[in-house]
Design a protein around this ligand. Structure first.
Ligand code: PLP
Length: 372
């Protein structure tokens, strides 16, 4: 019998994080379209703010992130007292689970939802309950409601959804909320809210104001282009904001991230350019893939999910390897049951042309009839 350190059994059961392939087989440059990072990068104002903040690195950051919360509140028309910032929205998503769930509890999410949700649940000994998506790959509201039991503490809904790119219209989100018991927390993860163009979308701040069991999370990692700084936030009912502030480490958001967030919010032109670029090249990429015979899930994000034939030589895995051999990295997610798909980030104009050319080459000579 070992007397050494023993982790909680649910920690020992955690699977190590598997990063996507990061290098080209023979060396050489790669085009990374695998992590939904911003095609245009961050605002130059955010970069300048980081450089300026670098002169003050020996002081601890403002534990209340006051300037940043004020800037978020102003940009979104929200109450700053109910905004809680985190080291990426990952951190606030995880803190929420730690407030409400304990070992043996259940956390419900879409099967094709954000891969962190089951990791968060298992990390605290709770049970992750995946719910099959609808045929359109959008979240299945009735399925989620049917999965709720008296052990359910949270429902995570990433809307629009990663990795499918599909969006649940607002009336469906409201229907989901109405169907949940009052003690279940509905977390509306709006990581891609800035990329949405469909008018049927709402990120959910009004529902946070109207209910005591809804939290909205947002991030600077995607269209704002600040993934490397780790900056996200939650908008929560007063009681939940208070619990988040008690639980979070006081200096969880560093000085440079706070400064960059304020500057990024002040540069509305950059965000508008990022949105326009994303909309234009998302449409272009969708059309180019379809012209090559590849099906595409309609996307409201900064990536598209592309379905490949289940035919030897033309599968998603074959395409993944072919692209990697040619220096283009995309994401294959067989662990989530999406083995026939690749998730491709909307990149620069050059990257999109290169990718489309490669995939046209990869699919050349294929006809749908061959799939049987
Ligand atoms: C990227 C992503 C996040 C988290 O991003 P952070 O970098 O931690 O802010 C959260 N949810 C979804 C669905 C995402 O795709």
């Amino acid at each position: 019998m070992s007397t050494g350190p023993t982790p909680n059994p649910w920690i020992a059961d955690l699977a190590p994080y598997k990063p996507g392939r990061a290098k080209r087989a023979g060396g050489g440059p790669v085009e990374k379209l695998s992590a939904n990072e911003a095609a245009l990068g961050p605002s130059p104002k955010a970069v300048a703010a980081v450089e300026a903040a670098a002169e003050d690195l020996w002081h601890y950051p403002d534990p209340g992130a006051a300037h940043l919360r004020a800037a978020i509140a102003e940009a979104h028309g929200l109450d700053a007292d109910r905004i809680v910032c985190g080291a990426g929205s990952d951190e606030v998503l995880s803190l929420l689970a730690h407030i409400f769930a304990k070992p043996g509890d259940e956390i419900v999410h879409s099967q094709y939802g954000f891969a962190m949700y089951p990791v968060i649940a298992r990390g605290l000994g709770a049970r992750a309950v995946p719910v099959a998506n609808a045929a359109t790959l959008v979240a299945d509201v009735d399925g989620i409601l049917a999965a709720v039991t008296e052990r359910t503490r949270l429902v995570y809904l990433d809307n629009p959804n990663n990795p499918t790119g599909a969006m649940l219209p607002w009336d469906e989100v409201v229907r989901l909320h109405r169907g949940l018991p009052g003690g279940v927390i509905l977390v509306l993860d709006g990581a891609y809210a800035e990329a949405v163009t469909d008018p049927a979308y709402e990120a959910g701040a009004a529902l946070v104001d109207a209910a005591d069991n809804v939290v909205m999370t947002r991030t600077f990692s995607k269209l704002y282009g600040l993934a490397g700084l780790r900056l996200g936030w939650a908008y929560a009912p007063p009681a939940i904001a208070d619990w988040l502030n008690r639980l979070r480490p006081p200096f969880n958001v560093n000085t440079t991230a706070q400064a960059a967030g304020v500057a990024a919010l002040s540069d509305r032109d950059h965000l508008a350019r990022a949105r326009d670029h994303n909309t234009r090249w998302r449409d272009w990429l969708t059309a180019a893939l379809m012209a090559a015979g590849i099906e595409v899930v309609p996307s409201q994000t900064n990536f598209v999910l592309a379905r490949f034939p289940r035919v030897a030589g033309r599968t998603a895995k074959d395409a993944l390897d072919f692209l990697a051999d040619n220096g283009v990295l995309v994401r294959w997610l067989p662990d989530q049951g999406l083995d026939a798909y690749l998730r491709i980030t909307v990149g620069t104009e050059q990257q999109m042309h290169a990718l489309a050319e490669l995939l046209a080459m990869f699919m050349e000579g294929w006809t749908r009839a061959a799939e049987g």
